[in-house]
Design a protein around this ligand. Structure first.
Ligand SMILES: NC(=O)C1=CN([C@@H]2O[C@H](COP(=O)(O)OP(=O)(O)OC[C@H]3O[C@@H](n4cnc5c(N)ncnc54)[C@H](OP(=O)(O)O)[C@@H]3O)[C@@H](O)[C@H]2O)C=CC1
Ligand SMILES: CC(=O)[C@@H](O)[C@H](O)COP(=O)(O)O
Ligand SMILES: [Mn+2]
Length: 403
């Protein structure tokens, strides 16, 4: 860390900087030049957006996931007189995640592609801001071990998990004795009132139109199937060390309450706010402090309703069959959460490519879980091999179903 006007400046690496979370992170950082300095950025394909970010934040390193995109960025950086060093290939993302000059890593790559860099940051003892929920769903206990061994500080960015974290006592050793349950709120997505008989004709554009949040395409489709909530139940199990039976989901269409903790005495503590990821991002960056986030404040006088629906009512069980898979994979063989994640990533990509129907996402997930028996993963290589095996199984289901 560098000393600056009495404050210790955090040097930040933003992984997935061109995505929805990456851009919001840079917006928060830009509000606090005295506290944060962008040391490194990483992206996959959006070269011009990355160039604009490099021009604004002048990072020491910029990483693109492939040589082709890296060469293009390198050339454009030179033309613009930038001193930023351009690196490429997935290994380079790990290198910046564990770089000795980095204090904080924002993990905002989408999918299991972010696992290795999360583990690198964890092992190197960074403040690890976890938006990339799939990495924890795949890595599970192995991920937590890396955090422990590296002495990293793992802070949730996912809005629900940030809300839970903000609703818990500071002393984590008291959680087990005090928590009755964690209640994750779910918006119900764009199809909360949709007739399940019409799910077959849902288009990618409809599935990506989330009622409350503007997000990347993959997580938007997950919200529409409620697989996002299934991933979040698994994420909560690992982040907060509770039993899966202690995690509940309630539908709250307004997304004002971001989640809650119910204590042994039946007192419930919740965190509220406008649906804007800059709030949890600012909290993760500044924790245990709080800083201006740039989000708009809630206006209770304009709030018409806060409503709630059971996930077991209104046909939601039939509408969102994937949600219950969270509890079944958590009860299954070690590695089952990685199988489900891989299947879902393949299924969502196939749906977005127009290769399978919306309602077939669940079929791919179920058939892949039935086809793959995981061996307990004990290393990153094991996890990547299980991920690859599950993807192959899911691809073959998707191809068979495909139009
Ligand atoms: N968006 C949100 O509000 C929320 C998101 N999250 C989680 O945060 C993560 C990011 O989501 P979101 O920002 O919406 O996603 P986006 O799709 O908007 O952004 C993904 C980012 O990851 C990069 N990327 C994609 N594939 C690879 C790869 N193989 N290797 C390296 N980088 C890659 C993209 O680069 P490029 O664009 O250059 O191709 C982009 O920078 C997800 O895990 C999501 O579940 C959690 C809570 C809320
Ligand atoms: C912003 C965020 O954290 C998303 O995960 C969001 O919660 C999606 O909303 P639903 O999955 O509840 O529709
Ligand atoms: Mn969320």
């Amino acid at each position: 860390m560098t000393e600056h006007t009495g404050l210790k400046k955090q040097r930040v690496a933003v992984l997935g900087s061109t995505g929805s979370i990456g851009v919001s992170t840079l917006e928060v950082i830009a509000l606090h030049p005295d506290r944060y300095e962008v040391f490194a950025l990483s992206a996959a394909t959006q070269v011009d957006k990355m160039l604009a970010q490099c021009l604004q934040f002048k990072p020491t390193f910029a990483v693109m996931a492939s040589p082709e995109h890296g060469w293009e960025l390198e050339e454009k950086c030179k033309q613009n007189g930038l001193l930023t060093r351009v690196l490429y290939a997935p290994k380079a993302i790990e290198e910046i995640a564990e770089h000795p000059q980095v204090d904080t890593v924002m993990a905002a790559i989408v999918g299991a592609a972010g696992l290795a860099s999360c583990l690198a940051a964890a092992r190197a003892g960074k403040r690890l801001l976890l938006a990339n929920k799939e990495a924890l769903v795949v890595g599970g206990d192995y991920f937590l071990q890396a955090v422990k061994q590296g002495g990293a500080k793992l802070l949730p960015i996912d809005s629900e998990h940030s809300a839970v974290f903000q609703s818990l006592p500071d002393d984590a050793s008291t959680w087990a004795a005090q928590i009755d349950k964690i209640i994750l709120t779910a918006s119900g997505g764009p199809f909360r009132r949709h007739d399940p008989a019409e799910f077959a004709s849902i288009t990618p554009a409809q599935a990506c139109a989330h009622p409350n949040w503007v997000m990347g395409r993959k997580i938007s489709v997950d919200s529409a199937t409620m697989m996002n909530k299934a991933l979040e139940v698994i994420e909560a199990r690992y982040l907060f060390g509770v039993q899966s039976a202690q995690i509940d989901v309630v539908i709250h269409p307004q997304s004002v309450i971001h989640s809650m903790v119910q204590y042994r005495d039946n007192s419930v503590i919740a965190q509220l706010g406008t649906p804007d990821m800059k709030v949890p991002i600012a909290y993760g960056l500044a924790w245990p402090d709080r800083v201006v986030s740039g989000a708009t404040a809630l206006d209770f006088s304009c709030m018409a309703d806060m409503t709630f629906e059971s996930i077991h009512s209104n046909g939601h069980g039939e509408r969102f069959p994937g949600l219950k898979l969270a509890w079944s994979v958590l009860a299954g063989a070690p590695g089952s959460t990685a199988v489900l994640n891989a299947a879902n990533e393949v299924a969502v990509a196939a749906f977005l490519d127009g290769r399978i129907r919306f309602d077939q996402i669940h079929t791919v997930n179920m058939e892949t879980l039935n086809a793959v028996t995981p061996e307990p993963p004990g290393s990153l290589e094991d996890l990547l091999a299980l991920d690859a095996l599950s993807r192959r199984a899911a691809e073959s289901v998707a191809q068979r179903l495909g139009r």
